[in-house]
Ligand binder design. Structure first.
Ligand code: HEM
Ligand code: HEM
Length: 213
């Protein structure tokens, strides 16, 4: 059945895979995977989430959604490179970085749907629902897990002490800024949850308009 895979074709593949040009390509893809994933989980996605906690965030819903979709696209590109590089390493899904990373990327794909469901519910009911907390807490957990997984990836690659420091410092700074901004937002928001849209995404007036549509 597998006759078409002759020993000559395997030998020729081995030769191509071990050629200097191929090794260079693999190194570049490794680096591109690390850089794209790092940018997505340490910069784009957390900053896109923070947008919802800035003053005036009621006008920022679509900025948030657009930033997060952009971050997701970068994440998917990085994921494809990670899978390719894993296959070339012939170690796909045998290490915790790849397994955890695959689960995380899969779960990130659910976030836009949770965000939309939250938004639709908020617009029609004029208050937050279980979907709001699901989207917010699930998103935060995924962000933390993905940053940790990036750290595991850097250890796994074991080729960039400077990358380790850069990644760690950026992640630490973004984490502190995030906690600070979100903390301030929680302290400053007026009254109880029923009176305040946890997200400020639409005003009560807009909610009423939506209801009457
Ligand atoms: C949240 C998801 C992920 C993040 C944030 C992430 C991030 C990273 C980072 C920052 C590196 C270090 C790159 C370097 O220093 O050269 C790395 C290495 C690596 N990642 Fe990922 N990754 C993720 C998911 C995946 C997935 C799903 C796979 C494969 C299925 C994968 C495969 C690899 C491999 C094989 C390396 C080692 C590359 C080398 O030897 O240089 N990663 N990852
Ligand atoms: C990959 C995609 C997405 C991710 C990772 C994500 C992540 C997050 C996170 C982490 C928060 C909470 C910020 C905080 O820590 O307080 C948040 C809030 C929010 N997101 Fe998203 N989001 C995504 C897509 C969307 C989309 C497509 C929409 C709607 C169209 C949306 C609507 C919202 C709203 C309205 C809030 C504020 C909720 C509240 O305050 O209760 N998100 N998002």
């Amino acid at each position: 059945m597998w006759d078409f895979i002759s020993s000559e074709s395997i030998a020729s593949l081995d030769k191509r895979v071990s050629s200097p040009a191929f090794k260079r390509l693999k190194n570049n893809v490794d680096t591109a995977h690390g850089v794209l994933m790092g940018l997505a989980v340490v910069l784009f996605l957390p900053l896109g989430a923070l947008v919802m906690r800035l003053p005036g965030s009621k006008n920022m819903l679509w900025v948030h959604a657009a930033c997060q979709i952009f971050g997701l696209i970068v994440l998917i590109l990085g994921f494809a490179m990670g899978v390719w590089t894993s296959i070339i390493h012939t170690e796909i899904y045998t290490d915790r970085h790849s397994i955890l990373g695959t689960v995380i990327v899969g779960l990130f794909l659910i976030q836009p749907a949770l965000g939309m469901i939250h938004h639709r519910n908020y617009a029609s009911k004029g208050r937050r629902t279980i979907w709001s907390d699901l989207h917010v807490y699930f998103g935060r957990i995924l962000l933390i897990l993905s940053i940790v997984n990036g750290g595991i990836g850097i250890q796994y690659a074991a080729n960039s002490p400077n990358g380790e420091i850069g990644y760690g410092v950026t992640a630490g700074v973004i984490f502190l800024v995030y906690v600070g901004v979100a903390g301030l937002w929680y302290m400053r928001r007026p009254g109880k949850e029923e009176e305040q849209s946890g997200d400020d995404e639409v005003t009560q007036v807009e909610a009423q308009q939506d209801k009457s549509e």
